[in-house]
Design a protein around this ligand. Structure first.
Ligand code: AMP
Ligand code: GLY
Length: 419
């Protein structure tokens, strides 16, 4: 099988790593890829925003399956353009990707399908939004409506913080994504993520994971794309998984199919487990990053079988097997992330750590001869497997400590909720 994987994060390195374990893989291209994928696949410098060049490349290289990692190309409709050219794609259509691309689209579907989620209101101007804040009080959650790389959300403890967040959105901090602002009730509980792979009709559930969104230990600091994760997450008991699927993911999938815009790909359901049961925080329409790093460590089956069956609508024939262990990943990020950070700093001793129980997945890295340089905010994902969270965590931090990168930092408490 000839595969084109789109993206350049830790998620893509983890998917690529798992794909290379498949006997069915003949050739893997990653566009644009990173310093990690370069070692196991062929990186291609495609401009992913130029759909025509991606389609042309895939046709020329006789690609059997295109796998789209990140949300930005999905929301821009790359799957539709690839499918229109006759290519098989793992990834939702442009309309289905609105479940991630527009918070107000999702809220409307929740209303339509009775999906439990935070109460909300939507604004396209500052004054009415501020007036609404005054009526609601704090704590309260402010969200840029569009895509903002996980950074467009402020959980405001005080009204002053809330006002500032609303002003920020409307002043253009998140560009077009902040032209509309969603203000939400603040949900209280444990967070967890449920992953459902769906071919439009049939669905398979993956192990539930827990992410660590805040930049610093003890869940302090700003929200990030995710600083670490582990799976399975004990907070998601089988009964809760079943309930969250039945009340949240399944009605969304059903609603999209009923509208004539079926969802195909992976529906990543961000949940708050409140005292009244699971509620939707947000949908994402792609694999989580860094959750995928732990899921790929746990997957025993051939990932290409799953992705291909999704693209071809034959998922009913697939039932993946998972390891019984726990996987945990620690993100090493550049000092300053999620704010401004320096690029091209040198990372030493990150090679040679991989083993049966450890994989160092790369995100923002590039190779410069023999040197490994940091080129992004989130840079490495040190991922370990163990019999329990404690063992996986010990192994992961031992590997983290072997890496020499003075310009980076990590959280030291990944997995604390499960310990
Ligand atoms: P999102 O980008 O929508 O996943 O939001 C990022 C993070 O903000 C979530 O992982 C939660 O920690 C937090 N968050 C978002 N919405 C809410 C809410 N309604 N109540 C409490 N926390 C929230
Ligand atoms: N780790 C959260 C995300 O991928 O959005």
């Amino acid at each position: 099988m000839r595969v084109l994987l789109i993206g350049s994060g830790g998620r893509e390195h983890a998917l690529a790593w798992k794909m290379t374990q498949s006997d069915r893989l003949e050739k893997l291209f990653v566009a644009p890829g990173n310093g990690g994928t370069q070692a196991i696949a062929e990186n291609v410098a495609l401009d992913v925003t130029d759909h025509t060049s991606v389609v042309d490349f895939a046709l020329r290289e006789q690609i059997d399956l295109v796998v789209v990692g990140p949300e930005v190309p999905l929301v821009a409709g790359i799957s539709d353009d690839l499918r229109a050219a006759g290519l098989a794609v793992f990834g939702p259509s442009k309309v289905a990707a609105q479940l991630e691309g527009s918070k107000s689209f999702t809220k409307a579907l929740c209303d339509e399908m009775g999906i439990p989620t935070a109460a909300y209101a939507k604004f396209d101007a500052l004054e009415p939004a501020l007036a609404y804040l005054d009526r609601q009080g704090a704590p309260i959650v402010i969200k840029a409506d569009g895509l903002a790389a996980g950074k467009g959300v402020t959980v405001a403890e005080t009204l002053e913080q809330a006002r500032e967040a609303v002003r920020d959105c409307f002043s253009g901090t998140f560009g077009a994504a902040g032209a509309e602002v969603v203000i939400e009730e603040c949900l209280v509980g444990d967070e967890a993520s449920l992953f459902a792979i769906c071919d439009g009709e049939h669905t398979i559930l993956l192990p539930a994971a827990q992410d660590h969104k805040r930049a610093f230990d003890d869940d302090k600091g700003p929200n990030t794309g995710g600083m670490g994760a582990y799976a399975p997450a004990p907070v998601m008991t089988d009964a809760l998984i079943e309930r969250a699927y039945r009340e949240i993911a399944a009605p969304a999938i059903k609603g999209m199919a009923a509208r004539g815009t079926p969802f195909s790909g992976v529906l990543f359901t961000g949940l708050m487990i409140t005292k009244d049961g699971p509620k939707l925080i947000e949908f994402n329409t792609r694999f989580g990053d860094p959750e995928t790093q732990v899921l790929m460590m746990l997957l025993e089956s051939d990932v290409l079988d799953i992705l291909e069956a999704t693209a071809h609508g034959t998922l009913a024939n697939v039932s993946p097997r998972w390891k019984r262990e726990v996987a945990l990943t620690v993100v090493l990020a550049a000092n300053g992330y999620p704010g401004a950070y320096e690029k091209n700093t040198v990372i030493a001793n990150a090679a040679g750590l991989d083993s049966d129980t450890i994989q160092v997945f790369h995100a923002g890295t590039v190779r410069d001869g023999d040197r490994l340089l940091a080129s992004g905010g989130r840079v490495l994902n040190v991922t370990a497997i163990g019999d329990d969270v404690g063992e996986a965590r010990e192994r992961a931090y031992a590997a983290v400590d072997a890496i020499d990168w003075p310009d980076g930092f990590c959280r030291r408490d990944i997995g604390w909720r499960a310990l």
